[in-house]
Design a protein around this ligand. Structure first.
Ligand code: 4NP
Length: 150
């Protein structure tokens, strides 16, 4: 099972989603978790310091992650592609060229409230509270993801 978390910059939300799900699945075999960004602004960068900090508060280390841009090959490499928000979702849908690839794209918060298409708010321009909120939303979503995998 290969899961890809996708946000806009790959420095805030999707690195947290990757870190949280990796942490929760460390004792489960055959699960690969990765993340990518729709945009290329932050390619090669470490996660945002505020994302690193909130993860650290929950004993999750995301410092080794390096931002990369989503590419069309990811559709064949991953089984599930989780979008953090509606804009990411629409972008991914527009890039998918087959029905099979299209069917891999999901809104991550739909795991918590199916069919709601709620977005994980973009915390980039907000304060630290935004990151705490994002962390909690992703924690709940990852719990639901694991329930399905196990
Ligand atoms: P992310 O947050 O998509 O959760 O990584 C953002 C990071 C950077 C920018 C926007 C959102 N930016 O505009 O540079």
């Amino acid at each position: 099972m290969k899961i890809l978390m996708v946000c806009l910059g790959n420095i805030c939300r999707s690195p947290l989603a990757e870190g949280i799900l990796k942490n929760k699945t460390k004792n489960i075999e055959n699960i690969k978790v990765d993340s990518a960004g729709i945009a290329g602004y932050h390619i090669g960068n470490s996660p945002d310091t505020r994302a690193i900090q909130i993860a650290n508060e929950y004993n999750i280390n995301i410092t080794q992650q390096v931002a990369r841009q989503f590419c069309k090959n990811d559709f064949s490499k991953y089984d599930i592609i989780y979008a953090m928000d509606k804009s990411n979702y629409s972008h991914l849908v527009s890039l998918a060229q087959t029905k099979e690839h299209r069917n891999k794209i999901k809104m991550i918060l739909n795991e918590v409230r199916p069919g709601s298409y709620e977005s994980v708010p973009d915390p980039y321009y907000g304060g630290d509270k935004g990151f705490e909120n994002v962390f909690k939303l992703l924690e709940i979503a990852c719990e639901e993801i694991i329930k399905k995998i196990e």
